[in-house]
Design a binder for this molecule. Structure first.
Ligand code: ZN
Length: 352
C-alpha cells in the first residue's frame, strides 16, 4: 500500500451541516460522502489539508448551478461577499470541529503544526491533518483573527474561494474560460500575504483568478502552491492553471495537487463521473511534464466535488495508485506523487 497525503478535502463542511450526526460522519462512517476514519484507513489515506470553508447562502451545488455545469459552456456569477462577522462564526465552528476530530479519534488522527510532525505521524500510522482555510471570510482587515486561527493550528490559507472577500476576488466557475476574470488583491490582501509569510502559513492559489495569482507571485517569499487544481491545457475551466501559471509555480519550487472533480478533469468540461481513470492520468502526465516530478501531488477535493466513479471514495485510493502504476509510474515516482512531494513542500512552507 502506498500512503496518500492529500491537498484538499471538505469533511468539515459535512460536519458543520450535520453536527448531530458527527460521530457517524467521522468515527464510525455512515457510508455517505467520501471520507470517514474507517474508509481512510482502508484506502491508505495518510493525511491531508482539511478546509475551513464558509458556505454561500446560495450554494454552488444548488440545483440551478448543477444544471448549468452539466451543459457547458457555462459561466456562473460570483456569489456575494460574506461579512467577517458571519465568516468568523462559521470558521470558528469548523476549527473547533477539526479539534474535536482529533480529540474524538483517541490518537488515530493528529492536527500537525510543524512539517516534522506529518512525517512522524506517517511512521506511527497516525492520520495527519493540516488546518487550512479556503477563503479568508473569517479574517478581519486588521488580521487579528489570522493570529488567533494560527494559534489554533492554521497553517494554510487561500485568500479567496470563488467569491470576493475583503482581500481579493475569486475566480468564477466558467467553461471554457481563462482564469483571467477580474482584479487582483486589495491592499488588505497584500498585507495578508505578507503576514502569512511571516507566520509561515502556506498560501493556496487554487481559487485565485489570474491577477490575484500574479499579485501573490510578486509579493510572496514562499513557493507558489495550488492545492487542488488541474491543467487548463487539457480542460479549459477557469479553475484550472494555464501552462504559464504552471511554469511560474515550477520556478518557485512550488506544487500542484491533482483535483479529482470531474468538471475540472473532463476535456469537455462536463460533470460526467463515468470518465474512468484516463482524465486523471492525462492531467498527471501534463502536470509532471510542466512542473517536474518533484512538484506534483494529489488534491482530491473529497467531500467537496463529484469525482470519478472508478474511484468512488477515499477507500478506493489504492485503485488510483494501481492505475498510476499501469500508466508507467514506478514505485519511486508513486511515493513522490502520493506523499513525499507534499511532505517536502511543507518543509519549505510551514515551520519545520
Ligand atoms: Zn476548492
Amino acid at each position: 500500500m502506498i500512503p496518500v497525503f492529500d491537498g484538499h478535502n471538505d469533511i468539515l463542511l459535512r460536519l458543520l451541516l450535520a453536527p448531530e450526526n458527527r460521530e457517524a460522519i467521522w468515527l464510525t462512517g455512515e457510508g455517505k460522502g467520501h471520507l470517514d476514519l474507517p474508509r481512510m484507513k482502508q484506502g491508505g489515506f495518510a493525511g491531508g489539508f482539511f478546509a475551513i470553508y464558509v458556505p454561500s447562502p446560495v450554494a454552488h451545488d444548488s440545483a440551478s448551478y448543477m444544471a448549468a455545469m452539466q451543459t457547458p459552456p457555462y459561466k456562473l456569477p460570483l456569489p456575494d461577499l460574506i461579512s467577517v462577522t458571519e465568516g468568523l462564526g462559521t470558521g470558528f465552528t469548523e476549527a473547533a470541529l477539526l479539534l474535536w476530530m482529533e480529540r474524538s479519534s483517541e490518537g488515530q488522527f493528529k492536527i500537525c503544526r510543524r512539517a516534522s510532525e506529518v512525517r512522524d505521524c506517517l511512521s506511527k500510522g497516525v492520520i495527519s491533518g493540516i488546518m487550512h482555510m479556503e477563503g479568508a471570510e473569517a479574517i478581519d482587515e486588521g488580521l487579528d483573527n489570522l493570529h488567533a486561527f494560527h494559534a489554533m493550528g492554521l497553517r494554510s490559507l487561500g485568500p479567496v474561494w470563488s467569491r470576493p472577500t475583503i482581500f481579493g476576488h475569486g475566480v468564477p466557475f466558467a467553461y471554457p474560460h481563462s482564469p483571467d476574470t477580474g482584479p487582483g488583491l486589495t491592499d488588505a490582501g497584500k498585507r495578508l500575504i505578507k503576514e502569512c509569510n511571516q507566520l509561515q502559513i502556506m498560501i493556496d492559489l487554487s481559487h485565485m483568478n489570474e491577477a490575484g495569482f500574479n499579485d501573490v507571485a510578486s509579493l510572496s517569499t514562499a513557493p507558489l502552491v495550488a492545492t487542488h487544481s488541474n491543467a487548463h491545457a487539457l480542460c479549459p475551466s477557469s479553475r484550472n492553471l494555464t501552462d504559464r501559471q504552471l511554469h511560474m509555480i515550477r520556478d518557485t519550487g512550488g506544487m500542484v495537487g491533482l483535483n479529482y472533480a470531474v468538471g475540472f478533469l473532463n476535456a469537455d468540461g462536463r460533470k460526467d463521473a463515468t470518465c474512468g481513470w484516463d482524465p486523471m492520468l492525462r492531467h498527471l502526465d501534463h502536470l509532471i511534464s510542466s512542473l517536474g516530478e518533484d512538484h506534483v501531488g494529489l488534491g482530491s477535493d473529497f467531500d467537496g466535488a463529484e469525482i470519478p466513479e472508478v474511484l468512488g471514495d477515499v477507500a478506493g485510493l489504492q485503485r488510483l495508485v494501481d492505475a498510476m502504476r499501469a500508466n508507467g509510474f514506478d514505485d519511486a515516482l508513486l511515493n513522490k506523487l502520493c506523499h513525499e512531494n507534499w511532505f517536502s513542500l511543507l518543509d519549505r512552507t510551514i515551520a519545520a
